[in-house]
Write a protein that binds this ligand. Structure first.
Ligand code: UDX
Ligand code: UDX
Ligand code: ADP
Length: 480
């Protein structure tokens, strides 16, 4: 069997970009991405794609309706495909056993059941959602329990390592592709077939194969390690603020040790995104289930540190603004969880805004890519507020940073968008209330320049000389 048709169930942040790049690089394969959301599919077929990713528009334009199709006809796509990616969402459970920690596999399960119901020929089924170890096994159970005579299923795990904002580049030039399969000769053949698809553009030596469990655990481990580095540097940022150290200098010095490396050592207001927290919570939950409480506790600490960092930053804003932000207008620069994406899942900006709103502040929010409705949805979510109408009254969304700062007391920078670096801060200073504050939660601005203009500046992991405010207790060391 040669792979000539691929179907991907789930047209989200993973399925959409992955299949678009696959179609670009495999002109001999027809790739159909299906989703049960007609709205999502309509967006993928329009000029305004449902997700913002640099470079993605061009890839989609080149391949769409050539060998890349977006469709709601899930059944036909499954029936015709040789290989099926399951790329549906695996949110954290919000109820029942494992609430708040375990991954909810209901979408994966329903996709597997659908395949079992529809398939009329052999299929290679590839698990591409981030799921806990043993998800491939669950898919296999469902498929095999519903197997029709003469139909064979091979199940592979092929975790996706793309990061949002750089998805196209990550997909074109991945550090590695990981494929896990069953340790049987059939399992091996299936694995080779998927490997052949990737070999259209990725050197064979960068495609590594493991058993299914190693593959699934590697995905959780990679995200846990990355998040751990951020929590580690963020923990040190608190020490830096309480001493004379500068966390950027520390990160540079530490990162030059080739055993450590320089990436993912950028101290920040905290990490966000759909993966880090979810995957670590999953890992913790799995460890508890395996009766490994010490391991669970170890990884849980990465999350605790992230919560601490978000809270610490929010509290600092309030303390510096004379301990009250009630009725003060505050500009929020950036709402996405990182630059170059419109995604707000687990964004630290939500925690910052929630704290300020609870203290009675009025917020003027600007983000170049997040849709205004998304911001309102996030800030009126029941986890954030029990009075959505009050939030709506207190929040104004702007389409331009200069209008977002008019008459405000402070700017809080939550996302490291490049455009924030080049703004005319003299003009901004003039239009703000005085004293004017900037809280740089990403360490991207020129703090000396801002201080020369007259701003009071606070940032992460560095005590600035002229930083002011009544209280400077942020993480101060007790007298020895
Ligand atoms: C360490 C630092 O590496 C060095 O930069 C610093 O100046 C002093 O402390 P050292 O303790 O001499 O050096 O040896 P190192 O190679 O770091 O190993 C420390 C311990 O970690 C050893 O017991 C080693 O076996 C263990 N280790 C190291 C592991 O268990 N796994 C590893 O992957 C690496
Ligand atoms: C992550 C993994 O990088 C990717 O491999 C996996 O497939 C999905 O999860 P993503 O969440 O899209 O990707 O973005 P990432 O670049 O990892 O950033 C996650 C969060 O960490 C962001 O909020 C980012 O701002 C923050 N971050 C990242 C830091 O605070 N400091 C850093 O040094 C790096
Ligand atoms: P991710 O970040 O993991 O890609 P998203 O939420 O962006 O997650 O995308 C997952 C997509 O999967 C959603 O668009 C959702 O509608 C779709 N989906 C979930 N279950 C099914 C299913 N059984 N059939 C088709 N599409 C599904």
């Amino acid at each position: 069997m040669v792979i000539s048709k691929i179907c991907c169930i789930g047209a989200g942040y993973v399925g959409g970009p992955t299949c678009s790049v696959m179609a670009l690089k495999c002109p001999n394969i027809c790739v159909t991405v299906v989703d049960r959301s007609a709205e999502r599919i309509a967006q993928w077929n329009s000029d305004k794609l449902p997700i913002y990713e640099p470079g993605l528009d061009d890839v989609v334009k080149k391949c769409r309706n050539v060998n890349l199709f977006f469709s709601t006809d899930v059944e036909t796509a499954i029936r015709e495909a040789d290989l099926i990616f399951i790329s549906v969402n695996t949110p954290t459970k919000t109820f029942g056993n494992g609430k708040g920690r375990a991954a909810d596999l209901k979408y994966v399960e329903s996709a597997a059941r659908l395949i079992a119901e529809i398939a009329q020929s052999n299929k290679i089924v590839v698990e591409k959602s981030t799921v806990p170890v043993r998800a491939a096994e669950s898919i296999m159970h469902i498929l095999r329990a519903n197997q029709k005579p003469g139909i064979r299923y091979d199940i592979l795990s092929n975790p996706e390592f793309l990061a949002e904002g750089t998805a196209v580049d990550d997909l074109l030039h991945p550090d590695r592709v990981l494929i896990g399969g069953e340790e049987t000769s059939e399992g091996h053949q299936a694995l080779e077939k998927l490997s052949w698809v990737y070999q259209h553009w990725i050197p064979k030596e960068n495609i590594i194969t493991t058993n299914t469990w190693s593959s699934e655990l590697s995905k959780l481990a990679a995200n846990a390690f990355l998040a751990q580095r951020i929590s580690s540097i963020n923990s040190l940022s608190a020490v830096c603020e309480a001493t004379g150290a500068d966390v950027s200098e520390v990160a540079r010095a530490v990162g030059l040790d080739s055993r450590i490396g320089s990436k993912f050592l950028q101290a920040s207001v905290g990490f966000g995104g759909s993966c880090f927290q979810k995957d670590i919570l999953n890992l913790v939950y799995i460890c508890e289930g395996l009766n490994l409480p010490q391991v669970a506790e170890y990884w849980q600490q990465v999350i605790h540190m992230n919560e601490y960092q978000k809270t610490r930053f929010s509290q600092k804003i309030i303390e510096c603004l004379f301990n009250t932000v009630s009725d003060k207008r505050i500009s929020i620069f950036g709402f996405a969880f990182k630059k170059n994406t419109g995604d707000t899942r687990e964004t630290p900006a939500i925690t910052v805004c929630k704290t300020l709103l609870e203290e009675g502040a009025k917020l003027d929010i600007y983000d170049p890519k997040v849709e205004p409705e998304q911001i309102i949805d996030d800030l009126t979510h029941p986890c954030v507020t029990d009075s959505p109408e009050d939030v709506k009254k207190a929040v104004q969304i702007h389409s331009d940073p200069y209008s977002a700062v008019r008459g405000t007391h402070a700017i809080v920078l939550c996302t490291e968008w490049d455009e924030f670096i080049g703004l005319d801060y003299k003009r901004i200073f003039q239009s703000m209330m005085k004293p004017a504050y900037i809280f740089d939660g990403r360490k991207i601005l020129d703090h000396d320049h801002l201080q020369q203009i007259g701003f009071h500046v606070q940032t992460i992991g560095k005590k600035l000389n002229r930083s002011s405010g009544l209280l400077r207790s942020w993480g101060s060391i007790p007298q020895l």
